[in-house]
Design a protein around this ligand. Structure first.
Ligand SMILES: Nc1ncnc2c1ncn2[C@@H]1O[C@H](COP(=O)(O)OP(=O)(O)O)[C@@H](O)[C@H]1O
Ligand SMILES: Nc1nc2c(ncn2[C@H]2C[C@H](O)[C@@H](COP(=O)(O)O)O2)c(=O)[nH]1
Length: 222
């Protein structure tokens, strides 16, 4: 018998469709939606003008904000046997920091990360969205956040490669604590779950199957 609510996280490079899918999936599941903060990070826009100069403050801000969010969601939702859909997995902090921090900084950052993450709830299911770089760049442009207008294609390429490493079935056990989550990998370069009902059903069916395998209930309770 599960003692905690089902925790589903959606991950993938910038522009992969995490927030969009989190909203659509949660509309179906009627869980609690956990949204990452973005614009509230006071260093993020400066970060994109000078990554080396602002990376440490940017990564630290994202890490501690997510630690607090996950502590709260654990106490108020998951421990009350209610489900959560999140548009991030905290492992993204290691993925970004591994690219943006220098070796010295990243070595120390990882120590701090491991101290805090150890006690945090780990998702039962991770939906890993990947798309090709052209699609990601097109979606970032379409979303048109002011601080992302000069997005560096190489940065997106590096992120995509890091995500591929972290979510590679062979390295999962090294990158996630415990037995690791059920990973649902989806290349959504040609999926339009925003506007196409059958694309949406394709993903929801996979998620419902994973939830059933965990003994959870995915239907809306209302
Ligand atoms: N599967 C999709 N097909 C077409 N457009 C999409 C898809 N997923 C997301 N988008 C669009 O791409 C942009 C980025 O989506 P978003 O959900 O914000 O990505 P992320 O949260 O991964 O950065 C948004 O403008 C969104 O409307
Ligand atoms: N350097 C970091 N940047 C991050 C991190 N998490 C998110 N972000 C940036 C990337 C995008 O510009 C924006 C939103 O991210 P999405 O993946 O939701 O598009 O915030 C991070 O941990 N480090």
């Amino acid at each position: 018998m599960r003692k905690k609510g089902i925790f589903i996280a959606i991950e993938g490079p910038i522009g992969a469709g995490k927030t969009t899918l989190a909203n659509l999936l949660n509309d179906h599941l009627c869980y609690t939606l956990l949204r990452e903060i973005v614009e509230e990070n006071p260093f993020l826009s400066k970060f994109y003008t000078d990554i080396k100069e602002y990376a440490l403050q940017t990564e630290a801000f994202f890490l501690f904000n997510r630690v607090k969010q996950l502590e709260d969601v654990n106490k108020n939702i998951l421990s009350k046997c209610k489900g959560v859909v999140s548009d991030y997995h905290i492992v993204k902090n290691l993925i970004f920091a591994g690219i943006t921090l220098d070796n010295n900084q990243f070595h120390r950052y990882k120590q701090v990360y491991n101290i805090f993450v150890n006690d945090l709830p780990q998702p039962d299911i991770v939906i890993y969205l990947n798309s090709n770089t052209d699609v990601l760049m097109r979606r970032i442009a379409c979303r048109d956040r002011s601080f992302e207008r000069q997005m560096d294609r190489n940065y997106i390429d590096n992120l995509r490669n890091e995500y591929k490493y972290y979510f590679n079935p062979l390295s999962i056990k090294h990158n996630f604590t415990g037995k690791g989550p059920i990973i649902i990998e989806i290349d959504n370069s040609n999926l339009d779950f925003l506007n196409n009902k059958s694309d949406r059903k394709y993903i929801i069916d996979k998620v419902e199957k994973a939830i059933s395998s965990l003994g959870g209930n995915s239907e809306c309770s209302n």
